[in-house]
Write a protein that binds this ligand. Structure first.
Ligand SMILES: Cc1cc2nc3c(=O)[nH]c(=O)nc-3n(C[C@H](O)[C@H](O)[C@H](O)COP(=O)(O)OP(=O)(O)OC[C@H]3O[C@@H](n4cnc5c(N)ncnc54)[C@H](O)[C@@H]3O)c2cc1C
Length: 442
């Protein structure tokens, strides 16, 4: 088969994820420019006895996208296919970066309802691992999917929605790349709206003792706790009638660029070189960000640049277990000689109906622990993970964890539904890699 039929194809160099903690060496990589080229690449890989993996922007900290077979790149499968104002949906090519989607929607006076902290990822990469923001009623990005198109291992192009192939729709919205290569996604969209963000420092004791109220009173509540201190920063986002009042250029430069990126980078580098300085620095830096209020369109409130590289583990626990879990995490850090320069992030999501969503069937709270790139993270993450798993935690599929299929079979009531579908759609495991063998079984 010619290169023209399978998209530009070349033997591959080492592939690295954003955090640099996963490296793989695919036999070849393909950058298809159409669904036909992608399908041809999948068929050709099967004929050659090679595994296939589509990659997004490599923002996962797990080896979810790693392959020693054929790596499918997203760059030429991008853009909006259709915009259906009457039904409030947009259909985009699977490789479209979230930032391009957000900007294109805003130009049309439309928006997604909820999103995560950044918008660098592709739509298919983000949804495949269950990327989420924080929300009282509004759930992950995958939960905003209305329809999916995917190429399966047999080279067939399947579409699914609540009405069409509903059993595939129930699983494939968070498919971990295990069920097929997603080629297009239809999202629910709504007329663009304004959010007022209130950022405010608060003590750990106050946030944890009033968490239920803070969650109940706000559409999107989240907070960061600074290890080695009793300090938190809270963020409340609520819909607003306006007027628009964006962050001022000066505040943006100082808080978002200098404090949250430039100075934060310098402080982390110092902490990595001399860990003993971290608790003292944390006490100062946890008080550096001041209270502020601003009103803007959704993606400008939900997302911000993250230039300081890190490694992350995040678990979803039942929402009612959040405060207890977080207190245990804090007392573990307080008792230990760990030195942690990155804040712990806490968010929430309502229960959803996707088989392997971390919020599947239960109201959830997320606790995310981070370590600066290049700093040993295993001891901290191992201690945190044993606290999270004791509270029936479910790890983010794209963030560091050590769980396996036996754990997930107990953690997810619908695990068997997913693996049965995988057996049907990919009996020969064309889309397998080491990560999927661990989390789903052979
Ligand atoms: C700085 C940073 C901030 C982050 N913020 C958040 C956040 O706020 N909330 C959150 O929940 N997560 C967050 N994450 C995690 C991130 O959103 C997820 O790991 C996401 O999956 C990354 O998307 P990606 O496009 O880079 O996909 P990749 O990491 O490249 O791939 C992820 C998975 O999707 C599969 N995949 C990709 N494309 C396709 C396709 N076309 N068909 C089938 N499978 C496919 C891959 O094979 C792989 O299994 C963050 C990560 C970083 C580095």
């Amino acid at each position: 088969m010619s290169t023209a039929q399978t998209g530009s194809s070349k033997s591959s160099e080492a592939w690295r994820n954003w955090a640099g903690n996963v490296v793989s060496r695919p036999v070849r990589e393909v950058t298809p420019a159409s669904v036909e080229e992608l399908t041809a690449a999948v068929r050709r890989a099967a004929e050659d006895g090679l595994k296939v993996k589509a990659v997004g922007t490599g923002h996962s900290f797990t080896a979810a996208a790693a392959t020693d077979g054929v790596l499918i790149r997203p760059q030429l499968l991008t853009g909006i296919r259709t915009l259906d104002r009457a039904n409030g949906t947009v259909t985009v090519e699977a490789g479209t970066p979230l930032k391009r989607l957000n900007l294109a929607l805003a130009r049309e006076g439309l928006s997604l309802t909820n999103m995560g902290d950044i918008m660098e990822q592709t739509v298919s990469g983000a949804t495949s691992t269950g990327t989420h923001g924080t929300g009282r009623e509004s759930a992950s990005i995958a939960a905003q999917i209305k329809g999916l198109e995917l190429v399966t291992a047999s080279g067939e192009l399947i579409t699914c929605s609540e009405k069409e192939n509903p059993e595939i729709f129930a699983a494939a919205r968070i498919g971990l790349g295990a069920l097929g290569i997603v080629t297009a996604i239809t999202f629910a969209v709504e007329p663009i709206f304004l959010l007022t963000a209130r950022e405010e420092p608060m003590t750990f004791d106050k946030v944890t003792s009033t968490f239920d109220e803070l969650h109940a009173e706000n559409e999107h509540f989240e907070f960061y706790w600074f290890p080695h201190t009793g300090n938190c920063n809270t963020k409340r986002n609520n819909r607003s009638a306006g007027p628009e009042a964006p962050v001022s250029a000066l505040s943006s430069l100082w808080e978002d660029e200098i404090l949250s990126n430039g100075l934060f980078q310098a402080v982390n580098s110092l902490g990595r070189a001399v860990p003993a300085t971290i608790p003292a620095i944390a006490k100062v830096s946890s008080k550096a960000l001041s209270a502020r209020t601003y009103t803007d369109i959704p993606y400008k409130v939900f997302t911000s640049p993250r230039r300081v590289r890190f490694v992350e583990m995040e678990y979803a626990v039942p929402r009612e277990a959040l405060v207890e879990t977080l207190r245990e995490l804090k007392s573990m850090v307080d008792r230990s000689n760990l030195r942690i320069s990155f804040p712990v992030e806490v968010r929430t999501a309502p229960a959803d109906d996707i088989a392997l969503s971390t919020a599947s069937g239960r109201d959830s709270a997320y606790i995310a622990v981070h370590m600066y790139k290049g700093t040993p993270y295993q001891r901290y993450f191992t201690a945190a993970e044993s606290i999270f798993t004791a509270h029936e935690g479910r790890p983010h599929w794209g963030k560091v964890h050590t769980r396996d299929a036996a754990y997930f079979a107990a953690a997810y009531p619908r695990f068997g539904e997913f693996t049965e579908l995988r057996d049907r759609l990919d009996p020969d495991r064309l889309f397998a890699n080491g990560y999927l063998r661990r989390v789903l079984g052979d």
